[in-house]
Design a protein around this ligand. Sequence first.
Ligand SMILES: Nc1ncnc2c1ncn2[C@@H]1O[C@H](COP(=O)(O)OP(=O)(O)OP(=O)(O)O)[C@@H](O)[C@H]1O
Ligand SMILES: [Mg+2]
Length: 235
Amino acid sequence: MPARHDHARYERIEREVLAARPATSVPPGERQMKAAAAAALARHGIGGYAELGAGKFGVVVLVRARALRHLLQRPRLQMLHRAALQAAITADRKVVVKVQRAHGAYREMRSTARHEAAILSKLASEPGVREYLPAFFAAASEGDLYYIVMEQVVGTPLTHTRATDATWRRLERAVRALHAAGFVHADLHSDNVLVTPEGRVKLVDLGVATFASEAGRARNLRRVDDMRARHARTR
Ligand SMILES: Nc1ncnc2c1ncn2[C@@H]1O[C@H](COP(=O)(O)OP(=O)(O)OP(=O)(O)O)[C@@H](O)[C@H]1O
Ligand SMILES: [Mg+2]
């Protein structure tokens, strides 16, 4: 966790990351999802958040941990690491909430979100791999919505990072650690890899992670090499 004196630095990095994202027009599915997520968060008294990501199926937002009090009183709370979450509330830290909606032809999204929460929850207590993932705090379901609450990884997506040899070595270590814990990240790309100001590497977006097969492991390690080559070309 960041030391108190680092907060101003982290706030600056956060502003830079948010500003670096390209302004694009919002497709209709995404607009609907954003409206549904905003309404759902407002129902729980959560507003004034920064958006970190948005797609047709979900949004990822940054909120103050203490703003989650209502959401966490829900009877449909499914997984909870109470001590970790309480520590974030006490320290008045921000946390990340991923809201996903299962609807129409995409009902399987619910199981994707649940799957991501289950993996983060399970791996939170696995020493070899948890340092490469955001800490898991809680998950809740509500109608067709599913919420995952996790630690804010203060860092920059690999896409916007000047990655060094050490960064690539750490990414390979992170990927191997996930494999050793039994999973393959099935959506490994440089937006789903965050690099902290200290140079640590964290993997996010484990919704479609699968059980580790020999072929899957080899494919993902090749993908790290591809990412590195592509990154070098675009610099
Ligand atoms: N725990 C976290 N801490 C900081 N930033 C995060 C965290 N989780 C996600 N993000 C940021 O939000 C972005 C979107 O999150 P994520 O990749 O999980 O969602 P998504 O790509 O919309 O999901 P999906 O691919 O399942 O539709 C990430 O690329 C990352 O920049
Ligand atoms: Mg992603």
